[in-house]
Design a protein around this ligand. Structure first.
Ligand SMILES: Nc1nc2c(ncn2[C@@H]2O[C@H](COP(=O)(O)OP(=O)(O)OP(=O)(O)O)[C@@H](O)[C@H]2O)c(=O)[nH]1
Length: 606
């Protein structure tokens, strides 16, 4: 089926519009803004001035504009920041010992002391300013309800002016890493639903798309009218069973900005979690796409067609069941849920379920999955039994375990290293975010990022500023490993960003490799040979230059040094040389090796 191609509709007029004024978009200072940004800046400046007035010398237009730009025209945050800055200066000054005359304070000192306590504290000013900028007439701490907030703010700002006149206005030093992202993440954890990426794998026609369509439909992502429309259309061409699979096309193509996380994505939510489905087609030709998906997955749903002869076809040497399972395991996926699908065709036969479970368990254990991380769910994507809802009464009289979704909810994603240096592989580059910035999307693999960070796209050396972040299509100030994000960038041209590049903090970049050692699981026999190296969407040709050792799969100890050949199913260490330019790889990067259209090995860079 050709459902898997994501075709992004491009409107030529829109595209050309995007380039209007591009030259000055990347220029310097004010000249560097698009006309739309300039309009927002003017409006922002006006609104900030309305709240904070214009008689604080240190709050120059330039300072306000710089702050507005930093917060990407968020007036409320800009006001909070600016007033905090002024407040901090004042607090510092208050700390300076004022030494009044012990008995007869001078008139000047007495006025100063009075001013310092008569006025709202800097915090009060901030709170009041926030209310003001929201248009909410909330009284600030210590004020009587109904008092004039604007007057109070102006009073506060005036009071903060104490001694300001002598001060030289300074440009704001907007602190980098202002936010302690790790601490913020810890604080917000209990309030947020954990997001997990799942990759759906399995042999051709095992029912992956139908099952995903069912998941989306039964969890309310797709409405009844749409599904009825698809049913009618599918019936017209005599394929009524395709209606559910078409759901994927619909959500895939209608995504607002054509965002892709390497491969087609759809998301659904349950009471206990948010799940992003990475669509991995079963056809051999699509294996590289599957690799990209598997590299970003927290767990895998392996779909098996339980109907007569079909499980066996998928399980044999040329079938994709084993290859996919091996692949996801060697990409670091530890948890796998086996959906024993199409059991409706088998009249929910328990013997068939047990037979498949027994054979698959054995195989998955040899593939490196720990038994506690493997579970089996009998189901039918077509009828919907045991996917989101429990099977109809008595249908699976012998089964009382969890539904597929309940299994997903218990499969907690692996804890991510959010405090490490940022690494994110670019899945897509486009324009079309808020006011036409250059935007990249992807999943943060390691580390964290916040608005204002300077990043670099490796293997290039072009730097950019993160001026906006969206996590799961919601505006955010920061994001951490595991988040699917869009980063809106400034100071970089689109041509300097490529799918497959790795985004790092500019002060902690990855150093691309030309030669490296990798621990791999061999799917086919290996010798020193030419190979294609895949890292997510990126691929390059290279060569296995040396077979270093084979390892014991149980404990990782060396079983043979310098083997002449590595057999299929062996764990081994090999040296690899990249033919062309160095690749953005480092210790821990997941790679897949292919040769002659076959996946021959997968593993990690040592
Ligand atoms: N009876 C029955 N048929 C199913 C079930 N799930 C899928 N099918 C049918 O199996 C066929 C293949 O289903 P798809 O969902 O397209 O399978 P797929 O694994 O996505 O296929 P590829 O993407 O081409 O690998 C379709 O005709 C479906 O209607 C099921 O649970 N029961």
């Amino acid at each position: 089926m050709s459902r898997h191609k994501i075709v992004r509709t491009m409107n030529l007029a829109d595209e050309l519009d995007d380039f209007d004024g591009e030259d000055d978009y990347y220029g310097e200072e004010d000249e560097g803004m698009s006309p739309a940004d300039k309009a927002r800046m003017a409006d922002g400046l006006k609104r900030v001035r309305e709240v904070i007035g214009s008689d604080v010398p240190s709050l120059t237009d330039e300072k306000i504009e710089e702050t507005l730009w930093y917060y990407y025209f968020d007036v409320e945050r800009s006001i909070t920041y600016l007033l905090n800055q002024v407040g901090a200066t004042e607090k510092k000054k208050q700390k300076k010992p004022v030494v009044p005359e012990p008995k007869a304070p001078t008139q000047k000192a007495a006025i100063k002391a009075k001013q310092a306590f008569d006025v709202p504290s800097p915090d009060d000013v901030v709170i009041a300013a926030q209310s003001q900028s929201k248009g909410i007439s909330k009284s600030s701490k210590g004020e009587k309800a109904g008092s004039n907030t604007t007057a109070s703010i102006q009073k506060g700002v005036e009071a903060l002016k104490v001694g300001d006149t002598a001060e030289k206005p300074t440009l704001p030093k907007i602190p980098r890493n202002k936010i302690d992202v790790v601490a913020e993440y810890e604080k917000s954890k209990s309030k947020r639903k954990e997001n997990a990426n799942l990759v759906v794998i399995g042999h051709v026609d095992a029912g992956k798309s139908t099952l995903m369509g069912r998941l989306l439909y039964d969890s309310g992502v797709v409405d009844e009218r749409t599904i009825q429309k698809y049913k009618q259309e599918a019936e017209k061409i005599g394929k009524s069973s395709f209606a559910l699979a078409w759901v994927l096309d619909q959500t895939g193509e209608e995504r607002a900005r054509g965002v892709t996380i390497d491969i087609a994505v759809n998301a659904f939510e349950t009471e206990r979690g948010r799940f992003t489905i990475l669509d991995a087609p079963g056809h051999r030709d699509f294996i590289p796409n599957m690799i990209a998906g598997a590299a970003q997955a927290d767990f895998a749903v392996l779909v098996i067609d339980s109907s007569p002869g079909e499980f066996e076809a998928g399980f044999n040497v040329r079938g994709q069941t084993k290859e996919h399972a091996l692949l996801v395991r060697s990409m670091g996926v530890q948890r796998i849920i086996v959906a024993v699908n199409k059991l409706d065709l088998m009249h929910w036969d328990q013997d068939r379920f047990d037979e498949i479970k027994q054979q698959m368990s054995q195989f998955l254990t040899t593939a490196g999955f720990q038994p506690k991380n493997v579970s089996f769910v009998p189901c039918s994507g077509l009828t919907g039994d045991n996917i989101v809802r429990k099977p109809a009464d008595g249908l699976i009289s012998w089964y009382s375990g969890p539904t597929l979704v309940e299994e997903l909810e218990t499969a907690k994603p692996v804890i991510k290293a959010i405090e490490k240096p940022l690494r994110m592989t670019i899945a897509d580059v486009y324009r079309g975010g808020v006011i036409n910035p250059v935007t990249i999307s992807g999943r943060i693999e390691v580390g964290n990022v916040q608005v204002g960070d300077t990043i670099v796209a490796i293997p290039g050396d072009e730097k950019a500023i993160v001026k906006g972040i969206e996590v799961d299509n919601q505006t955010a100030e920061w994001a951490v490993a595991g988040n699917n994000v869009q980063l809106h960038l400034a100071n970089i041209e689109m041509e300097h960003l490529k799918i497959g590049d790795v985004i790092c903090q500019a002060d902690n970049p990855l150093v691309p490799l030309k030669e490296f050692e990798a621990k791999i699981l061999a799917f086919e026999g290996l010798t020193p040979m030419m190979i294609d190296i895949h890292r997510g969407r990126l691929n390059a040709s290279g060569r296995i230059t040396k077979l270093v050792a084979t390892l014991d799969k149980g404990n990782g100890s060396v079983t043979k040094k310098k083997p002449r050949h590595i057999g299929p199913g062996s764990l081994a260490v090999v040296n690899i040389a990249v033919t062309g330019a160095p690749l953005p790889l480092e210790k821990g990067s997941k790679i897949v090796l292919r040769a002659d259209g076959l996946t021959v090995a997968a593993g990690v860079v040592e």
